[in-house]
Design a protein around this ligand. Structure first.
Ligand SMILES: O=C(O)c1cc(C(=O)O)c2c(n1)C(=O)C(=O)c1cc(C(=O)O)[nH]c1-2
Length: 228
């Protein structure tokens, strides 16, 4: 692939940022300090369902990917979420966030607050990774290209507007500031390496559009369930 071809493809992928969930009214309200305690709790409990399914999604990508060099780096994502021992990893950090907003670990792990739209959207993402060509599933992870700005904004907003949340509870977002750029850079390298034909490139962009819709639908479901 020539540089120009790659550039055009990467531009198209990056253009999907227009559909990213940073612009969803629920996130806009969150970052403007307009959510109450119940709404933040609802978001944290529902987003946990996404977190706990991310390693299963990544394991599906690895199961479908025939390239050792890709799998060797991809496996890091699973360890980032699951940790390498009890008490470590992103899922545990998210549970600490849940406690910091006043939820118990049990109620979050029990998925009692998970609304149907969130369950549908997250399950669709995992199914996508299980059933579509592995490189499309890699492309669908590229929303992480857009995540660091949102994460930085969220950290500032939480410290400023929601001081009742213990700052230690925000460790998850701090760790993602480093992890997301590393992961999305790798995913971008993989997608540009393995999507060569126009059809493959169209499918990769469509996969990323699909993923933006997954994230958007989750916030639709949460916003409706926890409306004022
Ligand atoms: O809080 C967010 O806005 C946000 C967004 C995304 C994303 O853009 O997909 C991820 C995460 N967080 C996240 O924490 C995470 O581990 C993650 C993994 C993935 C993925 O698709 O593989 N996206 C995201």
């Amino acid at each position: 692939m020539t540089t120009t071809e790659t550039d055009g493809f990467i531009d198209e992928l990056r253009a999907q940022s227009q559909r990213y969930h940073d612009q969803h009214p629920f996130h806009v309200a969150m970052n403007a300090g307009e959510l109450n305690r119940r709404q933040l709790q609802g978001w944290v409990a529902n987003r946990f369902y996404y977190q706990e399914n991310i390693p299963r999604k990544d394991a599906a990508i690895m199961a479908n990917c025939p390239h050792p060099a890709v799998r060797r780096r991809w496996i890091r994502r699973i360890l980032d979420q699951d940790g390498t021992a009890d008490g470590g990893g992103g899922i545990e950090a998210w549970l600490r966030l849940a406690e910091a907003v006043g939820l118990s670990r049990e109620e979050v792990l029990g998925e009692r607050h998970v609304v149907p739209g969130v369950r549908f959207a997250v399950d669709a993402y995992v199914t996508f990774a299980r059933t579509r060509p592995w490189v499309e599933a890699v492309a669908s992870s590229l929303t992480e290209l857009f995540a660091p700005d949102l994460m930085a904004e969220r950290l500032g907003a939480f410290e400023r507007y929601y001081p009742w949340i213990d700052a230690d509870g925000l460790a998850y977002f701090r760790s993602r500031l480093q992890q997301a750029p590393r992961d999305s850079q790798h995913a971008l390298e993989v997608v540009t390496e393995y999507c060569r034909t126009p059809e493959q490139k169209v499918s990769a962009v469509a996969a990323l559009t699909f993923k933006c819709d997954v994230l958007w639908s989750m916030l639709d479901g949460i916003g409706r369930a926890y409306a004022d």
